[in-house]
Design a protein around this ligand. Sequence first.
Ligand code: MLT
Length: 275
Amino acid sequence: MVPVHYIESGAGTPLVLLHAFPVDARMWNPLRGRLEEQVRIIAPDQRGLGESSLDGSTARGMLDPKTAPLTADRPSVDVAAADILELLDQLELPRVVLGGCSMGGYVATAVLRAAPQRVAGLLMVDTKAPADTDEQRANRLGVATRAEQEGTSGWLADTMLPNLLGESTRRQRPEVVEELRALIEAQPADGVAWAQRAMAARPDSVETLRAFSGPSMVVVGAEDTITPPSAAREMAEVLPRGELVEMAGSGHLPSLEVPDALADAVLPWLASLDV
Ligand code: MLT
């Protein structure tokens, strides 16, 4: 197990928010101001990304090469989910509301598979349930190899930014475009490669979601082209208590693009939960 770094603020209902690829827990920061009075927000960095190392030290740069394990655990969303469950144990939180954006949603589903009793409510933001196609898997493995060979500066943000942000944000909010570019460029190559291989190996999650009887909210940006509204609709239909909310003017990352609208949708739902 890798000790994960996390950003925590606020008090109240414990809400664990898992970030998208290829960014880190800071993607949730714009939401904090609106949620903190009612919610204890815990946002971990997935192993290898942000300030969580891939192989054993919480803070990057503090790894002792004499004692560090030689290889990281196999890339898998189940391994990432086990890190989250260990964090919940460490924080002595038996049950939380679990939220994930895109890759974070894949990991949240893996937590559900491993320990559904720990999930009091599920918030799925711009994510989907099916596994990858062969073509998507091959693309991911190509990105992993390129990250290892070339590092992550420049090309990763250039190729991903147009898809991650909605057209409205790209046209009207250059500061969000720059914020996202900085977040992507801060991600280490080994963590990017690990995350892509983990996502490539993930199983189909439709039946896991169908079996979850707790309250669920599915949020999707109306301009999301990676996990479009049609994928969100399918997921909300599969979840027995799924509620669908579409965010106008947002692409794949509503916490960066339309944080107030996301807070408006999530706060009343959170208040209705029994955690
Ligand atoms: C993400 O935002 O986490 C990624 O776009 C997810 C993916 O590549 O499937």
